[in-house]
Structures are given as structure tokens and as C-alpha cells.
Write a protein that binds this ligand. Sequence first.
Ligand code: CAA
Length: 379
Amino acid sequence: MNIHLTDEQKMMQTMVREFAQQEIKKQVIQMDKQHHFPTEIIKKMGELGLMGIPIPETYGGSGMDYTSYIIAIQEISKISATIGVILSVHTSVGTNPILYFGNDEQKKRYVPKLARGQYLGAFALTEPHAGSDAANLKMKATKQGDYYLLNGSKIFITNGKEADTFITFARTSDLGRSKGISAFIIEKDTPGFTIGKSERKMGLHGSSTVSLSFDQCKVHQDQLLGKEGEGFAIAMANLNIGRIGIAAQALGIAEGALEHASVYAKEREQFGRPISQHQGITFKLADMATEVEAAKLLVYRAASLIERDKSCTKEVSMAKLFAAQTARKVSIEAVQILGGYGYTEDYPVERYFRDAKVTEIYEGTNEIQRMVISKNLLK
Ligand code: CAA
């Protein structure tokens, strides 16, 4: 498959590359070292239309295709995987569930604000005892008149500290596993809803990851997203497509690490010549570049299937699995090529490696992607 970009997609690529170089690059170290959430950058991204790339213009978005969306995440993640994940979670699983499953009132109320970046979105599915086994979640939503009372807790919620809206999943009936789960739109200031501790993570230091607690949290039935009992289907439908965002983030990380390793290899001299003239290094770079190219083809193909409304759960999971593994492998090889310097904080490759690892874990671990792929392959 040739990756032939349209004029609009090329414009997106150029615009985001420049934005990442001029606005993001200078803040990368502060985000990483001080665990600083990039509020100002996110605001500018909203002004540029980057917080709602695939959202229709009628709902305040940029009305662009999924290829443009992944180009933006890929280009941003080459410089900052932290901003890559903030953007992906906000769009794929923070906004899309309302766009696809919300009623007219909910769409009008929330989507334009999210698409313009005035609101930040989060997705609250994971619980302390229900991660990969999402259908085992325990949080309860009990109907009382026109309201629901939510009780329980969530964990590992990306964007959670700064988000305005949380797509939250809770059990509304005792029907087993996936059957009794419903989805709600929870606003940050809802009484009974509190944001808990921030995780100290290996990477992605500028993005917040928090626990949430719901204690007799009372929400009007208007906040129910879709119908009662549809929650698991809503979560899966959005993850099926949404995982393309993390795949694009992983691709960007791999490309960024490869670029740094290539530049360094040409400059660094050992045994009287640049290390890029030693076969041990050139073969590594050749393997890294080949894997990056393969990941790119899978990611762009999955995006083009989404655009054509093709069923593409398997292809998105393949892209996410392969790109995440590539990000981890390429970034660790980049550390190896930089040697002792690569292991220090003076060079960015150790950060690429720390940021890469979680792409194999969140939005479905590698093992979950293999379950999804094999299930679709064999059905
Ligand atoms: N798409 C649509 N429907 C699906 C589906 C999919 N991918 N997977 C399952 N379903 C449906 C099934 O068809 C079934 O429906 P029926 O009962 O009507 O037939 C129902 O869901 C239950 O199916 P299973 O029994 O097969 O489900 P399961 O319990 O075995 O779980 C799973 C399937 C794929 C493992 C799912 O639990 C899963 O995706 N787990 C990973 C969770 C995850 O990705 N979490 C990420 C959290 S968000 C995040 O990480 C954001 C961030 O911070 C970056």
C-alpha cells in the first residue's frame, strides 16, 4: 500500500510539524522533569482545531478524516508522546462516545466544547480489579426516581486531573458481566465525585493518570449515554476505533527515537570513524527503519478502513499491537546506539523508551490485542 497523502493531509502534516517544533519542543523537558501538564499548549491546539480533528464541523470540529487525525498524533508524538496521549484519549474515547451514542441534547451540550478544546475529555472504564477484564467492573449506578446514585472507584484515568467530562461505566443491573453495564457522562464538579491521587509513572510525565472516587454521586438520568445496559458495547465500539490513536502515538515515538539514533550515529566517532560506518550499528538502524515502515503501513491502512466505514476491529488491533511493539523495540535500540549517553537524561532516547512502554499496556495490552485479533480471525 502506498501512503499517498491528499493536499489537506499534507497541510495537516506541515502545520503540526511546525507547531511541534515551535511550541511543543521547548516544553518537553519541563513536562518530563516537573510532571507539568501542558495547559497552554492544549489551549493553542484547541485554537488550531487539533482537539476535534475528526469531529464534524457542525459540532465544532475540524471535519477532517482519520488519516489527518493520526498524522497529527504521530507528528506530535515524535516530539512529545505526553501530548500525543492527551490528544488521543480526549478525541478517541473522551469525545467520540458522545458523538456516536449521545442524544441530540448531549451532543449539542458537550461535543462542540470538547472539539474546540474548551473541555478536556476522559474515559473511566478501568477499576482496581477490572483492567483487561473490563466486563468484570463493579462500580454501581442505582436508579432513584429521575436520578442515578453512583458508588465505586476507577483507576489509571488518563487526563483525569484536568478533564471536564468523564465517560464513566457502571453497573445498573445484576445481569452478569457485559450485560448490566451502562455509560454516563460525568461532569467534574458533580457532588460525590472526587479526583484521587496521581500515579507516579515511568513515562508520560506531563499527562495525568488518576484514580476517581464516586460516593453517592447523584447524576440526572439525562447523563445516561445510550440506553441502560449498552455501556459495554459503547466502550468496545469506541476502543475498537480509538486504539488507532495509541497506534499513531507509538508510531511517532518509534520515528522520533529512530531519528535521534540516526543523527547520533553519523556524529559519534569510535575506532577512527563514525559509528554509522560500523556494520553493527547500520544493521540495527536498518532493522529499526524496516519495523517503523511496517508499523506505518498498518496504522495508515487501519485509518483508511475507518474512513471507508469498513469493519476494521482486527486491523486496528493489529496496528496497535505492532506499532506498540515497534516503539518499545526501536526506542531501546536507540538507547543502545547512544550507549552510555543514551542511558543519561542528557539525551532524549531514554525518555522515548520510558514513554514507549505504556503503549503496550493501555487501551488494551498486547495480549488483549492478540485476543481481539484471533477472535476476529477465527469467527
Ligand atoms: N467490539 C464489539 N463488541 C465486543 C467486542 C469488541 N471488540 N468485544 C466483545 N464484544 C461484545 C461481544 O460481542 C459480547 O456481546 P454479546 O454478549 O451481545 O454477544 C460482549 O461484548 C461480551 O463479549 P466477550 O464475552 O467476548 O467479552 P470479554 O469479557 O471476553 O472481553 C475484551 C472482551 C476484548 C477482552 C474486553 O474486555 C477488552 O477490550 N478488554 C481490554 C479493556 C481495555 O482496553 N481497557 C482500556 C481502558 S481505556 C485506556 O486505557 C485509555 C488510556 O488511559 C490511554
